[in-house]
Ligand binder design. Structure first.
Ligand SMILES: O[C@H]1[C@H](O)[C@@H](O)[C@H](O)[C@@H](O)[C@H]1O
Ligand SMILES: [Fe+2]
Ligand SMILES: [Fe+2]
Length: 298
């Protein structure tokens, strides 16, 4: 008696060996596809014209709701409480259920994305502090489990609020629905800022970068460049498109170099082969111990 029956293109395969062959063909096809994925051309990343409605709807909502008023409230709320106490690996595991609605390039779990980023940095022989930065850079997405309003205040690219929304932000027309785009001050080139006041003095749309930066700046021994990589990694209109130079100071030039060095690992590792958390954990626990306390306030 056959132990497996597989239906294939109108033909019933009722022999065990046929069924096994068929499964192998399917597996081969899957491998072909993942190989193709690995060879994904760089131009195929961040293709927002071709993105699905989930991504487009996400950005419409985000661009309409990230106002100055909301951003001030989010920062007051952040300072008013502590959300959790746990170690870095535990935080990575906690984040693992999130599927990022803003991302057109990966459906993988967050732990995989963090490990892929760190592993790509490690493969290139970069220093330990940069590897561990890759490992933690998206942990700010935990915000979505600490009572955020949705994903629009957690993930996605960031931009400056309090001055004119840059044309270099993806889907720039969606800012028409943001009340700040009609405001007499917030809609001007400098808005509430002085020329070259420095990015430390501008308010970036609230989300995982800004949150994690504030969590880690006093709870790690990461160098300045690492903190810049964390704080600005989603600030694509700046680090990729060259917007907001009129708000930058000298220090930001150094940050820009750091963020641009980090970006390819974050973005292009999304099509790398998947990582095994169980195998990699001992190595990364070693790095975590070098840069973070055992338990952190989140
Ligand atoms: O969709 C992605 C994702 O949310 C990333 O974590 C963020 O850093 C990127 O800027 C964004 O484009
Ligand atoms: Fe991110
Ligand atoms: Fe990332």
């Amino acid at each position: 008696m056959p132990i497996a029956v597989v239906y294939n293109a109108g033909r019933v395969l009722d022999e065990t060996s046929d069924a096994i062959d068929y499964v192998n063909v399917l597996k081969g096809k899957w491998n072909e596809e993942s190989r193709f994925d690995q060879e994904k051309d760089k131009t195929q990343f961040r293709d927002y014209d071709a993105a699905c409605d989930r991504v487009k709807n996400f950005y419409k909502e985000q661009h309409e709701k990230q106002t100055v008023e909301f951003n001030i409230k989010a920062r007051v709320e952040f300072n008013s409480k502590k959300r959790a106490r746990m170690g870095v690996w535990e935080a990575m595991e906690m984040l693992n259920t999130l599927v990022d609605e803003s991302d057109p390039d990966t459906n993988l779990s967050q732990i995989e994305h963090l490990l892929q980023t760190a592993e790509a940095i490690r493969r290139d022989g970069k220093p330990e502090w940069m590897q561990v930065t890759g490992l933690v850079h998206d942990l700010g997405k935990l915000l979505s489990m600490f009572g955020s309003q949705g994903q629009w205040d957690v993930v996605g690219d960031t931009f400056v609020v309090g001055c004119k929304f840059s044309e270099k932000i993806i889907y720039p027309h969606t800012f028409e629905g943001n009340p700040d785009s009609q405001d007499v001050v917030y809609s001007t080139r400098y808005g509430i800022y002085e020329p070259h006041c420095g990015l430390d003095n501008v308010m970036l749309s609230w989300g995982h970068d800004e949150y994690l930066y504030h969590v880690l700046k006093d709870q790690s021994t990461l160098p300045e460049e690492a903190l810049a990589m964390i704080r600005y990694h989603s600030f694509y209109p700046w680090h990729r498109e060259g917007a907001y130079t009129h708000l930058m100071n000298e220090k930001d030039q150094k940050s820009l170099e750091a963020v641009q060095a980090f970006n390819p690992y974050d973005l292009y590792s999304k099509s790398d082969g998947s990582c095994d958390p169980v195998k990699l954990r001992p190595y990364y626990e070693g790095l975590i111990a070098k840069f973070f306390p055992t338990v952190l306030d989140w």
